[in-house]
Design a protein around this ligand. Structure first.
Ligand code: NAP
Length: 256
């Protein structure tokens, strides 16, 4: 894995108890170039067995309780993070937690749309706002852009691309709540990139590939390790030119 993470003082990842979030934590501690502090959030830390096992072995992993759709929980987590990072601030926030509400045109309900929107795009926005004082502290100490300074990474999906929602790929995955929530997350990423640019906080969206997790299903071509190895290489190499970008896990640009 890229050595860039040794220059990243702290990294927070949401939904770290399973799937891609857990793999991010696993790969960061396996590589030998770990961030100074890894803050791994889970909505039920008590049930996060694998994460707790990792934290027992690696004392720089800190597990924090966070239900991303609960504003009180976000505020409590933010004050916990503030205590942990202190004057160094937060160098990298990965908004990873997400859900996929499967619903096609004929069956989709307003409640399903709102549920998917809340978790996949409202929550990353509210979490970023709550962590902003810590991100600003980290950004104030550096120059350039990247995880050595301060960055917000939104785990999006290629299915959020409006341009790619056509032809075979479009007709195969007609999930209204998920696709719309990831398009909205993409828009939020661009808007935050505009708003946080003056602070020197890099904002971007990344698609992790189609991966074998409970969301991706067992027919997906990529293992969590294959996806996250590549995702972390991309994140580690981010610079000014990647601010406000939408990237594939291989590092290529994706169409919005
Ligand atoms: P996953 O295996 O289903 O894991 C989802 C994670 O999100 C779990 O840790 C889950 O925690 C957490 N989460 C959901 N709602 C939450 C809430 N309200 N509060 C706190 N945590 C919550 O999914 P994944 O495949 O790892 O996906 C991770 C991210 O990658 C998602 O944003 C997803 O959209 C994106 N992505 C995945 C794929 C793929 O092929 N897998 C492709 C494109 C994009 P609980 O255990 O508490 O439910």
């Amino acid at each position: 894995m890229t050595s860039a993470f040794k220059n990243c003082k702290s990294l927070l990842v949401t939904g770290a108890n399973r799937g891609l979030g857990l793999q991010i934590v696993e790969n960061l501690v396996a590589g030998g170039f770990s961030p100074g502090k890894i803050i791994a959030t889970a909505r039920s830390p008590g049930g996060a067995k694998e994460l707790r096992y990792l934290a027992d072995k690696h004392p720089h992993i800190h597990i924090i309780k966070l239900d991303v759709v609960n504003q009180r929980s976000i505020e409590k987590a933010a004050s916990h993070v503030d205590e942990l990072v202190q004057e160094d601030g937060l160098s990298c926030l990965i908004n990873n937690a997400g859900i996929n509400v499967f619903a096609k045109f004929d069956s989709v309900t307003a409640e399903q749309m709102l549920e998917n929107f809340h978790t996949n795009c409202v929550a990353p926005l509210m979490i970023t706002k709550a962590m902003l004082p810590m991100l600003r502290k980290a950004a104030a100490k550096g120059s350039g852009m990247g995880i050595h300074r301060a960055a917000v990474i939104n785990m999006t999906s290629l299915l959020g691309s409006v341009e790619l929602n056509w032809g075979e790929r479009g007709s195969n995955f007609r999930w209204y709540p998920y696709r719309a929530s990831k398009s909205a997350l993409n828009m939020i990423t661009r808007s935050m990139a505009v708003d946080l640019e003056a602070d020197g906080i890099l904002c971007m969206a990344i698609h992790p590939g189609w991966v074998r997790t409970s969301m991706g299903g067992q027919q997906a071509p990529l293992s969590t390790n294959e996806s996250i190895n590549s995702v972390l290489d991309v994140i580690g190499g981010l610079t000014e030119k990647d601010h406000s970008s939408f990237l594939h896990y291989t590092g290529e640009q994706l169409p919005w």
